[in-house]
Design a protein around this ligand. Structure first.
Ligand SMILES: C[S@@+](CC[C@H](N)C(=O)[O-])C[C@H]1O[C@@H](n2cnc3c(N)ncnc32)[C@H](O)[C@@H]1O
Length: 211
């Protein structure tokens, strides 16, 4: 899919827009995840955001937290990655890396420690059904045991609910649902799942998804 993702982000600037409302839900869920996910013995939590865009969800929430939250944001578009980097700098977030890279390629994560919290927002609606399945199946390789995933998916045209298939896939791959937000007056859906099954660090290879 060949979309202008810089332009796509402009909807965030319209208060009350669907994207603005979705952002509030994702931030709320991320605050909860950062309060309840596992952590390292010294309290450090690692956040990984795939296809992170400008990082509008992750960066302000991390700034509210103590500095033991570290984050890796993976974004392919250099303009969006630069904006995310500027925001991280403005917020004084020294524990954040913005990686301008292909989040769909397993090699991108070769040096990445398993995350305590992973965001896949704006991903599943832009890739094929096979890629959605492959990506969800791969998430236990990117997470610590008990790690939390926050994901989004829009309601389909004609009222279909592709999010239901995604919820089923998470269950199939060892995740327990923590929340599912589906406002009746908006198309966005936001899910939050915890890895209850076994983490499989280091087992990732090949391609997960292509936009
Ligand atoms: C729908 S936007 C979501 C952005 C952000 N997660 C959010 O919710 O605000 C999809 C993002 O994925 C990025 N993207 C597309 N293909 C990618 C890839 N292979 N690797 C990393 N980022 C990618 C786009 O540039 C865009 O910023």
């Amino acid at each position: 899919m060949n979309r202008d993702w810089v332009r796509w982000h402009q909807e965030y600037d319209t208060p009350g827009s669907a994207l603005d409302r979705r952002l509030e839900v994702v931030r709320r869920d991320l605050r909860r995840a950062l309060g309840t996910s596992p952590a390292e013995p010294d309290g450090t939590r690692r956040v990984l955001s795939i296809c992170a865009g400008e990082g509008r969800d992750v960066l302000p929430v991390i700034a509210e937290h103590d500095r033991r939250v570290r984050a890796l944001l993976v974004e392919l578009d250099p303009t969006l990655a630069r904006r995310a980097r500027e925001t991280a700098d403005d917020l004084g977030l020294s524990g954040v890396e913005i990686r301008t890279a292909d989040a769909g390629q397993a090699d991108t994560y070769l040096d990445v420690w398993p995350a305590h919290v992973l965001l896949a927002c704006g991903v599943f609606g832009n890739v094929s059904a096979d890629d959605v399945r492959r990506t969800i199946a791969a998430l236990p390789t990117l997470l610590v045991a008990g790690g939390i995933v926050i994901w989004t998916r829009a309601r389909g045209d004609g009222g279909s609910e592709p999010a239901q298939e995604i919820r089923a896939l998470f269950a199939e791959h060892g995740f327990t649902e923590l929340s599912f937000t589906a406002p009746e007056d908006a198309r966005f859906r936001v899910g939050m799942h915890r890895l209850a099954g076994t983490a499989r660090p280091g087992a990732l290879s090949g391609r997960l998804f292509t936009f």
